[in-house]
Structures are given as C-alpha cells and as structure tokens.
Design a protein around this ligand. Sequence first.
Ligand code: SF4
Ligand code: SF4
Length: 446
Amino acid sequence: MNREELLNKIKQAGVVGAGGGGFPAFKKLDANVEHIIANGVECEPLLYKDREVMLQEADKLIAGLIIVKSITGASKPTIAIKRKNSDLIDLLKPSADKYDIELFIMENVYPAGDEYILVYDVTGKRIPPLGIPLQVGCVVENVESLINITNAVNDIPVTEKYLTIAGAVNNPVTIKVPLGTSYEKCLEFAGGAAVERFSVLTGGVMMGSVVSDLSLSVSKTLSGLIVLPEDHSIVVRKTTPAKVYHNIGHSACDQCSICTQLCPRYILGYPIQPHLVMRSLQMTGDEKERLSNWAQNCCECNVCSLFACPEKLDPKNICTDTKKRLRKENKGFSKTELDVLFNDVHPVRDGREIPISFLYKRLGIKKYDRKADFVKTAQVNSVKIELKNTFGGDAVPCVNPGDVVSKGQMIGKVNGNALATPFHSSIDGRVKEIVNNCVIITSNNS
Ligand code: SF4
Ligand code: SF4
C-alpha cells in the first residue's frame, strides 16, 4: 500500500488521538518527520490505561510504529515509557531491538506525558511557543492510537476504547468497552462506587473535569473515569464557579510566584508566568492586557492550582479563561515577542519535577492508589454513539432508526470536511433512535 492508501484507511477507520487530544491521525501523519514518539508515559494519577494497552497489544503497538514510520519516513521511532513499568520494558525490548525502535525510559514525574516535555526529553528539541511537534520534525501518537492505526490498515475501524475506572470504586479496573457505553455501565464493571455520595471525573484527577450525568457515553478520547467522594477537595476545587475563583484570586494572591516557579512549561523556558496572570486580575486597561499574555502558553496541567499554590487559589483556571479570551479577541504576544521571551531551559529543572508520590499525597488520593489491571473486553446491550469530532466538525448519521447494523459498520459519515473522521457501530444490533446527533443502538440480545 502506498502512503495515500494507508492514510485513507486510517481516516476511514475513524482513528483520532486516543490519549485525549482527538486530533485526526490521518492528518497528523501526512508529513515527513525525523522522529515518531509513541507516548506511553501516562502521568495522570490513578490511570493505568496506557500501561494495560501496551501489555495487552504489544505486537500491534510495534506494528503501528512500523506503519507510521513507513508513512512519515521517520528514522527514529521511539516508545516513551516510565521506568516503573519494568515488566513492560522487558516485554517490549526484544521487538524494539529487532525493529530498531528506541525504548526511552522516563521517571515517574508529572506531567512527563505533556507533548512539549516529551519531545524535549526524547529529542532535546523544543517545540516553538504555541507550536506543534511537527515544527521540530516530530510526530507524537498515543500508544492506543498506534494500535488503532494497525487495526485500520487491516480494515478494522475504531469501535472500542480502553479505560481505567478507579478512585472510590470497589474494584479498580482497566477494561475495553464498546464506544458509546454509558458511564453508569462502566462504573458497574468496577463494582460500583464505594461511597454513597460521589462525583465522577473524566480523563484524570489533574486535567479531567467533573461530570454529573452518568448517562453520558464513552468517546474515542476518554482515558478513564475517576470516582471521588463528592466532598473531596479535588471535586470542590473543580466545581467552584468561575466568579468565585476569580474573586478569591483577585483578593488573596500574595504574588509569592511559587505557581510560576513550579510551572513545567515555565521551567522549560516558555513565556508563561501564572503569577503575572493572577496579578492581571487587579489591573485594568493596557497593564491588564500585557499581564494576561503570560497565560498563552499554559497547557492546563494544573500543577499551579492543585500542587503549587499555598493559598489554594486557582491560577490554572484563571490562565485557561484568560487564554480563551485572548483567542476570542485575537490578542496575545506577537510572534516576535514570543521568540524573544522564549528562554533557555531552567538550570534547576531536574529538581523541580514533581514525583507522582508527592502528587498523590498533595491531592489526598493516596488511599485510592491501587492497581487497576486489565480484566476484560466488556460486552454491553446498548450504546449511544455521539457523532462528535474534536476537530473538523461532527459526522452526520448514515443510518436510520430501525436499521440493522453490524459491529464496524459506518453509522456517521463525513461530508468532505478536511479534518472530520467517520464513526462506526460498536455492537451488532438495531438503531433504536437518533437524538442530538447520537446514534442509539441496542443489541440483538437485549
Ligand atoms: S496549568 Fe499552571 S502549571 Fe500548568 S502550564 Fe498552566 S500555568 Fe503552568
Ligand atoms: S502560588 Fe498562589 S498565591 Fe502565590 S502567586 Fe501563585 S496564585 Fe498567587
């Protein structure tokens, strides 16, 4: 198969970034690069999804890297993996040696999996401020995306998702479920919540958000569901209304700058200084605008809010809100300013990385630090597949209520949009209804 045929298969199979980003793989891979990095670093506390993906489907991971290498012409495929996963390193090493793939071993620190940090650690090159890995000759793919690429080339579309269900549940697990499985059903696979009043975080403790609707369903980008007691400090912090954290930030920030000193992007030299963004809350006019610009390079890792700030303020959300406003108003540092403000890597970087064990203690989740091994590929009788792409707009249904569908059959097609990808049925069954661009399918056994 030539490059165009491979990219078309990857597009038609609906492969997007499975680590949370959701960027379409066919578009990302349509480039010539030097490095391909398989991101298996997984630094969110309590998540074991990527580790289990690699353990379960090591051969498909290697095959995916070889496919991606042939598409992009990369000379240096790398699997980035944490030292703590020594069993996995032993498993991958023979194939890695055979196919000339580097295993890049990283320490157990947060946020090692951030693309900017990963690219720097693996290649020594820094992505330009607000840039993408391609600008320094790199493509980064989540390990599950690479498995989906292998499947796509074998005409198997994306219909399933690995995820970890952990926290205050009876039996933390990693499972593979059909796309469109409800969160409620997923919690059942983990034995249900272990506390009466609980909240659910999607994605992870650090970067995830609290959801209240358990009828929502598993998407192509979900990595996990973390259950916490509804009065847990993380839940309280993540559900504080914007008006409240802006008002408290305005009055209580003492400008100690610890948030900036520990910001992983600042330490890497990027023009980001959350304490200056906090100062902007007290300003108006030009001075407010000038200080707001220091939010632009925030990756929303939450180190500043959930780990650094001694006053428990929320510089991360202030930076996120400020970034959105700057984008909407087409403001921010100019390209020339960004280049000038892009500093050398901070000399004490090694001493400022955050060991995951510290993070567990600071977040108050040490008691939930239990392994979540892979248990099974789960079967369900009903799925609700939202035809929503993170990039390129939604797909449109190409089935009707009452239609009989089989697993892998296309149910949402794209109408020529350059970035959108299609969706496929994740079970055998019949289309029950289509509501709000969600295709609800019930199985033949229900
Ligand atoms: S969330 Fe905070 S620590 Fe993380 S990049 Fe943004 S400003 Fe820096
Ligand atoms: S760490 Fe907290 S108090 Fe200190 S400057 Fe940052 S937001 Fe303000």
